[in-house]
Structure formats: C-alpha cells, structure tokens
Write a protein that binds this ligand. Structure first.
Ligand code: 5GP
Length: 137
C-alpha cells in the first residue's frame, strides 16, 4: 500500500506543491511550524533517510538545496533551517523551514493555522521562484 506521501506526490491527495520532477517532490507541510515550512521527498519509497543509497541521498539533498533557494526568494527569512525526523510518516522527508530566529525551528509549540489562500499564495510564489531559477524540471 502506497504511503500518504506517495499518494500526495502522485496527485491522489491534494498538496501545495513547490517543486516536482521525476524523482522528487516538494510541498508545504500541512501543519507548519513557520510560514513556508516545506517537505521534500523522494518519489521512491523508503522509510529512513540514512538507509538511502549514496546516490539517492545525494540526489535528495541536491533537490532540497534547490527548493531551499526558491523558498529563500519567496518567503521573508534569514535562513532555511533543515530537520529530519520521520517519526510520524514512514516515507523519507526533509523539513525545510524559513526561519528568522532559532526558536522558529521549535516543533513542540502549537502549529500555525494558515488559511488555504495563505498556503496557496506561499506555494505559488515559491514554485514560481523555483521555476525561474531551475526551469520547471
Ligand atoms: P515527521 O515524520 O518528520 O515526524 O513529521 C511528518 C510531517 O508531515 C509533519 O510535520 C506533518 O505535519 C506532515 N504531514 C503529515 N501528514 C501530512 C499530509 O497529509 N499533508 C502534508 N502536506 N503534510 C503532512
């Protein structure tokens, strides 16, 4: 049975897409800790990031780097923070979080509630920045 993230990447479950190619997919986290909180996943299913082959790990990291650059351009922030946990969804994913300060990386505080319009506005800006920088592949 496909994971929830595979179903998102396949378009079966809606998401706020930031970037997509044949191997990777990036989309807004539904319960963001900061505006623009994004998840980057490989399309190939694998539970634990450090079980990826060297090539797949490098490919995911390089795709996440491009997504981070697009987020930086689209969301006011000082930096893009990076986190990997994977305790909730058993499909490898990298969290990219636009931050102004260290405490913006706090996963324990109450999650933000952004409206669908706010989420789609952020996603549209970030996707446009990604496409401008890297083409739509
Ligand atoms: P982790 O597995 O790294 O502990 O956390 C999983 C992350 O996936 C959480 O931040 C959670 O909000 C996010 N998430 C879980 N289900 C969905 C979903 O259906 N759609 C989206 N966009 N994000 C999800």
């Amino acid at each position: 049975m496909p994971t929830i993230f595979s179903r998102i990447a396949n378009g079966e479950i809606p998401s706020y897409r930031i970037a997509s190619d044949d191997s990777y997919y990036a989309f807004l986290d539904i319960n963001p800790v900061a505006p623009g909180h994004t998840l980057v996943i490989p399309r190939k299913e694998n539970d634990y990031i450090f079980d990826l082959s060297d090539a797949d790990y490098a490919g995911l990291a390089l795709f996440a780097k491009k997504v981070a650059k697009a987020l930086e351009a689209a969301v006011p922030c000082k930096r893009i923070g990076v986190a990997v946990m994977g305790l909730e969804v058993p499909h490898t994913h990298i969290h990219l979080i636009p931050i102004q300060k260290e405490s913006d990386m706090n996963f324990f505080r109450e999650k933000l509630t952004l409206s669908p319009e706010e989420m789609s506005g952020i996603a549209a800006k970030a996707e446009a920045a990604f496409n401008e920088m890297y083409g739509n592949k």
